[in-house]
Design a protein around this ligand. Structure first.
Ligand SMILES: [Zn+2]
Ligand SMILES: [Zn+2]
Length: 255
């Protein structure tokens, strides 16, 4: 470092500079800890297992969110050393947690405390082990949900609305489709409808698409092997937007 060099931000001359900046100034201008805006954690309500990319692990874990659940949503600057982590829950609804992570880090020898907000959606779904243990067999699930970013609709109202939609779909479904419905689970974010066969589930999902114009999001996870063939369970996620509320002239107090 030649003489007369100084930090372009604070003017300090007695510090080591990287790209013209001293370490404290660089720390102030760098994203040291970054959290994805929103994360989802899927928990089995029976055993506490978590679903990670189609696989279930950590059976027996706490059903409360832990640092282990939240770590995947974080990124640290490559030059950051993490010294301490503390999570605090600041707000919670049935299926959503608002958290603040507090991190004590060191960046180029400079200690810093960083706060990062994170919103986590908590989805509860029976893991394959618990489903098997309870003797319930299924090959497909139809998930009835609201629109992901609709925060205005309360959970009980959402479930009641989705329940009415389901009743209409079942009424219109062919009897052999109906027969494949095994059971339903009520969740904070809607309903999971379990099927003993996949084709009827797909047919009912298509019926919902025709009637309500909703998109079908289909995903499959490996369930096991049968006669040397891989067996998949298929999930059809259907998100039903709230119907437009007609304007109420009586409620309009302005001119
Ligand atoms: Zn500086
Ligand atoms: Zn389980």
């Amino acid at each position: 470092m030649g003489t007369g060099e100084f930090c372009v931000v604070c003017g300090a001359t007695d510090r080591e500079l990287v790209a013209g900046m001293c370490a404290p100034c660089a720390a102030d201008r760098t994203v040291l800890v970054f959290a994805r805006r929103q994360g989802t954690v899927t928990v089995c309500p029976h055993c506490g297992a978590r679903e990670m990319r189609g696989h279930w692990e950590r059976a027996g874990a706490s059903r409360l969110l832990t640092a282990e659940d939240l770590a995947p949503f974080l990124e640290f600057h490559p030059e950051v050393g993490l010294r301490r982590t503390r999570w605090e829950e600041v707000a919670a609804t049935a299926n959503q947690r608002e958290l603040v992570g507090r991190f004590h880090v060191v960046f180029r020898g400079v200690p810093r405390d960083v706060e990062v907000p994170l919103t986590v959606r908590v989805v509860s779904r029976s893991c394959p082990d618990c489903s098997r243990k309870s003797g319930r067999y299924y090959t497909a699930i139809i998930q009835l949900r609201g629109v992901a970013d609709d925060r205005g609709e309360k959970a009980p109202a959402l479930r009641a609305r989705l329940d009415r939609i389901w009743a209409e779909l079942v009424r219109e479904a062919r009897p052999d489709w109906r027969k494949a419905v095994s059971w339903r689970e009520e969740l904070p974010e809607g309903w999971d409808c379990y099927f003993t066969e996949t084709l009827p589930a797909r047919s009912i999902a298509k019926l919902a698409k025709q009637r309500y114009g909703v998109a079908i999001k289909e995903s499959a996870s490996l369930f096991g092997r049968k006669n040397g063939q891989e067996v998949y369970r298929v999930t059809f996620c259907l998100r039903f937007p709230r119907p437009e509320v007609p304007p109420n002239p009586a409620a309009d107090g302005s001119d």
